[in-house]
Design a protein around this ligand. Structure first.
Ligand code: SF4
Ligand code: FES
Length: 388
């Protein structure tokens, strides 16, 4: 009988798990799940050699192994460090790790524009989530951000390098999934950029998958750009008979319109089955697909905002208590005095102009002192709280 592989014990944030030799700390943490799992912006378990670029997955190794329990001198990238038997790892239990992650996010945001309101990736962007969790409110960067022109690479994909964080995932997809590498990262340091050089189009049947692996909005689907916000769409799982791929997809629908087709993603945001360009870009009719049912969306995701699976309509307590619909409802606006108060006559908090040294002082806010219609004595618009 073949000998079973030896399992290694690793403790991450005080939770012990057994994994096979050769497992990375990140994958061991995924086995535990929950908050213990470090974020990953460049690692992709389905892409060979990915990881080690973004440093968001840094963790502290408090004990290297049972045989050598010394801590590792520096924080390590959990996606590229394999576990040892008896290893002790700290992720969210280490203030040093959290501080370092905040620094990494600040670095990633040095050149990345804060254009979430107009970016198609908003609502499903890993960097957006990361900056909400670990980002600082302001940047210390004083220099000009690097910017690039948008480039249409082929009929279906648009590259906006300004948003790229150089994670290399799309390059690995082109290398490993499409097997026809046509683009890569050119130049070094601040000049690095994803390019097809002479703007060759990426036309391979599976190249559309670069859109799904891109953790930010640098590679977007031209057939979906600016059509809708993702949280207004309803994702449903569907499939079809396709000679090229498994065709197990997610349709992003608004009413009966299929606005976008993507691959299905797992709980780590990774594609489950790569899909072909025909399924992704050309099958936009409901009749092209067999619909399986609504996608399960994590309730923490903004996409769940418009989601209808398992929805519970709240009961009307009055109807239930009275056993019938109430006949009379009071109109609060008719009887309340609140709506008759002129808000301009209420003293606001003391301002720079009215503060007299008394910390409890109150005063008329200068922006409320009206002279003429909608103007204060400074001549600015008094109805706008941001004007002086
Ligand atoms: S375009 Fe997207 S997937 Fe490609 S390197 Fe940049 S961020 Fe990564
Ligand atoms: S996910 Fe580990 S370095 Fe990027």
């Amino acid at each position: 009988m073949a000998e079973l592989p030896k399992l290694l014990k690793v403790t991450i944030d005080n939770i012990t798990v057994e994994v096979e030799a050769g497992t990375s700390i990140l994958m061991a943490a995924r086995k535990i799940g929950g908050d213990v799992v470090p974020p990953a912006m460049c690692y992709y378990s389905k892409l060979k050699d990915s990881g080690g670029k973004c440093r968001t997955c840094l963790v502290r190794v408090a004990a290297g192994s049972a045989a050598d329990p010394r801590p590792m001198p520096k924080l390590v990238a959990s996606c590229r460090t394999n576990v040892m038997d008896g290893m002790v790892v700290e992720n969210i239990t280490s203030p040093t790790v959290l501080e370092a992650r905040k620094g990494v996010v600040e670095f990633l945001l040095i050149n990345h524009p804060l254009d979430c309101p107009v970016c198609d990736q908003a609502g499903e962007c890993d960097l957006q989530d990361l900056s909400y969790q670990h980002g600082a409110e302001a940047t210390r960067y004083e220099f000009k951000r690097r910017t690039f022109e948008r480039i249409d690479i082929g009929p279906y994909i648009q590259l906006h390098m300004t948003r790229c964080i150089l994670c290399f995932r799309c390059v690995y997809v082109a290398d490993q999934i499409s097997k026809e590498r046509e683009h890569g990262i050119l130049d070094r340091g601040d000049h690095s950029q994803i390019a097809t050089y002479i703007q060759e189009s990426l036309e391979n049947q599976f190249i559309g998958n670069v859109i799904d692996v891109c953790p930010v909005g640098a590679l977007t689907d031209r057939t979906f750009r600016f059509k809708n916000r993702v949280w207004f769409t309803k994702p449903v799982d569907a499939h079809r008979d396709c000679p090229t791929c498994t065709a197990k997809v997610r349709l992003w629908m608004r009413g009966d319109d299929v606005l976008r087709v993507t691959a299905r993603k797992d709980q780590w945001g990774e594609v489950e089955d790569w899909i072909c360009n025909e399924c992704r870009f050309e099958k936009k009719q409901t009749s092209d697909w067999t619909i399986e049912g609504p996608t399960s969306v994590d309730r923490h995701s903004v996409i769940s905002a418009g989601h209808y699976k398992g929805i519970q309509i709240p009961k009307e307590p009055f109807d239930e208590l009275m056993g019938r619909k109430p006949k009379l409802m009071m109109d609060i606006h008719k009887v309340s005095e609140v709506n008759k108060v002129d808000l301009n006559e209420i003293n606001g908090p003391a301002t720079g102009k009215t503060f007299n040294g008394n910390p409890h002082a109150s005063g008329i806010n200068v922006t409320d002192v009206k002279e003429g219609k909608g103007r204060n004595f400074a001549g600015t618009d008094s109805t706008n709280p941001n004007t002086p």
